[in-house]
Ligand binder design. Structure first.
Ligand SMILES: Nc1nc2c(c(=O)[nH]1)N[C@H]1C(S)=C(S)[C@@H](COP(=O)(O)OP(=O)(O)OC[C@H]3O[C@@H](n4cnc5c(=O)[nH]c(N)nc54)[C@H](O)[C@@H]3O)O[C@H]1N2
Ligand SMILES: Nc1nc2c(c(=O)[nH]1)N[C@H]1C(S)=C(S)[C@@H](COP(=O)(O)OP(=O)(O)OC[C@H]3O[C@@H](n4cnc5c(=O)[nH]c(N)nc54)[C@H](O)[C@@H]3O)O[C@H]1N2
Ligand code: SF4
Ligand SMILES: [Mo]
Length: 743
């Protein structure tokens, strides 16, 4: 007998609602949920393979504990005993910073990953925090922090209503979108064109997204900040800047005009390898469109001027009056956002409150660069201690961060390491304890992070589609027990972690004069929470205190978990609406157009005007049926065009003597790899491309399918020294490489 169950897809940022077919406890099918209020039935090949991803026989079923050098199956009790015994001595002997924490991408795709890591960090009080953000979107956080006073206030393009989209360094036809949660991104781009809108794509590769565009500009990698600066320059020079309704909320316009004076279209054109007339036309079109949005992603972030490019994206949205207006770029309002506060000056955003021990990299958002993790482990300094123990949750930095070989060695030298990971892979193979979370079908789901980035306000929650298999532990309980073990409270009731968070949150809320529960008794409020589990009660708490919440009775029609459970396909909360000045938390209470750290970084961009790399540079790419490093083990999602090949333009191939299908040695600052060439004019001359997340050929893993066609680790070409200085983000695109054709 088969049955169906609803489940929000956790496999990318689009958050589609799926209808799963389940036989016994096995997911045997997945289709798009047509009644989902947000995704309306959309599904991609990854979502359709949910059952295969979920049921991968290589997923670990029990914890592993290292004994006599080898990882062996163990009970949960033995595993947490080992965690407590491994972590506490390091904290006690060397202090909290000797324990590193690495948080990987899937933490934004699980409820546990949203609810527990901050508690873990609070308990440990370590400054040795490294996450996937610094190989991804940290530049956007930093620019938002500086412009708006809140690193998480990220404007999202109003895809459903805009008349004009300038899309930079993103390929949503493969990635399904990022920092812009939009199920059926491809359909939304087609709808934009169908309603007479215009799409421009800036990408060194002619991607599937670029093929859809009215105009594709194959820019020289790493130079988007120059292009965007010249567009802003043009808006000033031609008197096209018009802030409209935004004007009273913005300061620094004149200073910005002066700061961009040198970046004329003629000045940037040679570096960008674009025509100055085209640059000017882009600016004019942006200003002339009834509504428009500039949207940029990975290709604009993982580059030397990532923060400046991210800043200039919003500068252009502001100068054309498109920030915070329908059809432009707006701030979503999620159901679990904090209780809205009245507008006014805030505390602002500080960078570099501390620095990494070895490379002296400034922290950003409380994080140190993932690129610096290896040196923080393997390098001694006069002051401070190296990282000697590591907690990795949903992270595979051996493949996702620069110089995997060095990190691989460094991880092998740790006194203690614990991985919360469903796979024994390139990173978790170094752990002393591996704690495997259950597969997605056995886990509840709510998108805490992506709802704050969604193109439409909505809220959805799905309970586990399948009960926890005997011997499994929910990821929330795994993380709660990990927190207790790290905090020296090993063995205490894991439910105490949720109770503590609830009590602290309510304690603060009742003292906050803007909260709907101001002045009430927190114990009464706690007793009103519903939900079967700690995470459900915490979701109920956040919903009720949030902007649409019932305020524990203050607004009886408002949201609660109960109400959400009564709407299994979700609740639509309407299109994005203007919100300024409420989201601003800058000291001035305004959008600060030219923050000091940005102004101080502009001379570096000015120097880039004269830079012209002589040789080839490398960029990345994503494939629709893949996801970073962890989906190459699913046969249904591999093969065909999803291969680790080096894309190279026919002119470059002819010059170097590279034949289609032949092996090429690619050399970079951090090492070299050998990959088969794929000669294609889909990539511009002077640029080659390799995908990331491959290189599954290390011993001691349990990835039977992935190891059969391992590919190579593109990040081995990096030595970890190339960073965007303001954000600490790794430079992963536009890196210089040399090629040697192999016989
Ligand atoms: N060269 C290059 N490098 C890149 C990029 C690039 O474009 N080019 N992209 C970068 C980006 S954007 C990112 S986000 C990073 C990603 O970097 P990581 O987050 O380190 O990499 P992932 O491959 O996503 O690895 C996720 C890990 O989580 C595990 N996992 C999967 N599901 C779950 C779960 O439900 N719970 C837990 N606890 N674990 C789970 C997987 O087994 C895997 O070990 O890579 C970056 N690296
Ligand atoms: N199928 C699939 N989907 C995914 C993922 C995945 O691995 N596979 N990963 C998920 C994650 S973690 C993230 S962060 C998102 C990322 O989502 P996207 O940002 O859409 O990711 P990409 O598809 O890598 O697109 C980046 C594009 O930037 C281009 N590019 C490279 N360098 C430059 C440059 O200097 N300038 C410009 N203008 N363009 C440049 C590349 O050619 C590439 O086409 O995708 C998410 N979704
Ligand atoms: S687009 Fe993303 S969320 Fe939607 S089905 Fe595909 S992988 Fe899942
Ligand atoms: Mo990412």
């Amino acid at each position: 007998m088969s049955r169906t169950a609803l489940r929000i897809c956790p496999l990318c940022e689009a958050t589609c609602g799926l209808t799963l077919t389940i036989e016994g406890t096995r997911v045997t099918g997945a289709r798009g949920d047509r009644d989902d209020v947000f995704s309306k039935g959309f599904i991609c090949p990854k979502g359709a393979s949910f059952g295969a991803v979920d049921g991968d026989p290589d997923r670990l079923r029990t914890p592993l504990v290292r004994r006599d050098g080898a990882l062996r199956e163990a009970t949960w009790e033995e595993a947490f005993d080992a965690v407590a015994a491994g972590l506490r001595p390091v904290v006690e002997e060397h202090g909290p910073d000797a324990v590193g924490v690495v948080l990987g991408n899937p933490n934004v795709h699980t409820m546990a990953g949203a609810l527990y890591p901050s508690v873990l960090l609070g308990a440990l009080r370590t400054r040795s925090l490294f996450t996937a953000s610094t190989v991804d979107q940290m530049p956007k956080h930093v620019s938002s922090g500086l412009l708006f006073g809140d690193p998480n206030a990220i404007p999202v393009p109003d895809l459903d209503h805009t008349d004009h989209l300038l899309l930079i360094g993103a390929n949503p036809l493969e990635s399904n979108g990022s920092l812009c949660t939009a199920p059926d991104f491809p359909g939304k781009l087609k709808a934009l064109k169908a309603r007479g809108g215009r799409l421009t794509v800036v990408d060194p590769r002619r991607t599937r997204t670029a093929k859809l565009a009215d105009r594709h500009l194959a820019i020289r990698p790493g130079t988007d900040a120059l292009l965007l600066a010249a567009m802003a320059h043009t808006l000033f020079a031609e008197d096209l800047a018009d802030l409209g309704q935004l004007a009273p909320h913005v300061e620094g316009l004149d200073e910005l005009r002066g700061a961009l004076a040198d970046f004329s279209p003629e000045a940037v054109a040679p570096a960008c390898d674009l025509d100055a007339g085209v640059v000017r036309a882009l600016a004019r079109e942006l200003a002339a469109a009834p509504t428009a949005a500039v949207y940029a992603r990975i290709g604009s972030c993982t580059v030397p001027h990532g923060t400046l490019a991210s800043w200039l994206v919003d500068v252009l949205n502001i100068l054309t009056g498109n920030l915070d207006r329908p059809g432009g770029a707006l701030f979503p309002r999620a159901a679990t956002d904090r209780t809205p506060r009245p507008a006014g000056p805030g505390r602002g955003f500080a960078l570099g409150r501390w620095h990494s021990r070895v490379g002296r990299h400034p922290e950003a958002k409380g994080e140190l660069p993932l690129s610096a993790l290896a040196e923080e482990i393997d390098t001694a300094t006069e002051e401070g201690t190296p990282v000697r123990a590591l907690i990795a949750v949903a992270a595979n930095p051996v493949l996702s961060a620069p110089d995997g070989d060095r990190l691989d060695k460094a991880l092998g030298s740790l006194d203690f390491m614990v991985s919360v990971d469903p796979y024994l892979n390139e990173t978790s193979r170094h752990a002393h304890v591996v704690l495997p979370p259950p597969p997605p079908s056995q886990s509840p789901h709510h998108d805490f992070a992506f709802n704050t980035l969604a193109v439409r306000n909505q809220v959805r929650y799905t309970r586990p589609a399948v009960p926890l298999e005997p011997g499994r532990m929910a990821e929330s309980e795994i993380l709660a027990r990990l927190i207790l073990a790290a905090a020296g409270m090993h063995g205490a009731d894991p439910g105490a972690v949720d109770t503590m968070v609830v009590d602290q949150t309510l304690g603060k809320a009742v003292q906050d004069e803007h909260s709907p529960v101001h002045g009430r008794d927190p114990r009464d409020l706690a007793a009103l929470l519903t939900g079967d589990t700690g995470p459900e009660r915490r979701l109920d708490l956040m919903l009720r205190l949030g902007p649409y919440g019932d305020g524990f009775g203050a607004r009886p029609d408002g949201l609660t978990l109960e109400k959400l459970l009564a709407h299994p396909h979700g609740i639509d909360l309407g299109p994005l609406r203007p919100r300024l000045p409420q989201p601003l938390k800058t000291r001035s209470g305004k959008v600060e157009l030219l923050p000091e750290p940005i102004a101080a970084d502009l001379p570096r961009l000015r120097r880039a005007l004269a830079e012209r790399p002589e040789g080839l540079v490398l960029v990345g790419r994503r494939h629709l049926r893949s996801n970073n490093s962890w989906m190459h083990n699913v046969p249904a999602l591999t093969g065909g065009s999803n291969r680790c090949t080096l894309h190279i333009h026919p002119d470059d191939a002819a010059r170097i003597g590279v034949l289609d299908g032949a092996a090429v040695r690619v050399k970079g600052a951090g090492g070299e790899v050998v990959a088969p060439a794929e000669v294609t004019d889909g990539v511009r001359p002077g640029v080659v491309s390799l995908p990331h997340g491959w290189g599954h050929d290390r011993p001691g893993t349990r990835l039977s399918h992935a190891t059969a066609d391992p590919g190579v680790n593109v990040n081995q070409l990096l030595d970890g020294s190339l960073l965007d200085p303001l954000s600490g983000n790794a430079v992963l695109n536009g890196i210089p490489v040399e090629l040697v054709a192999l016989p």
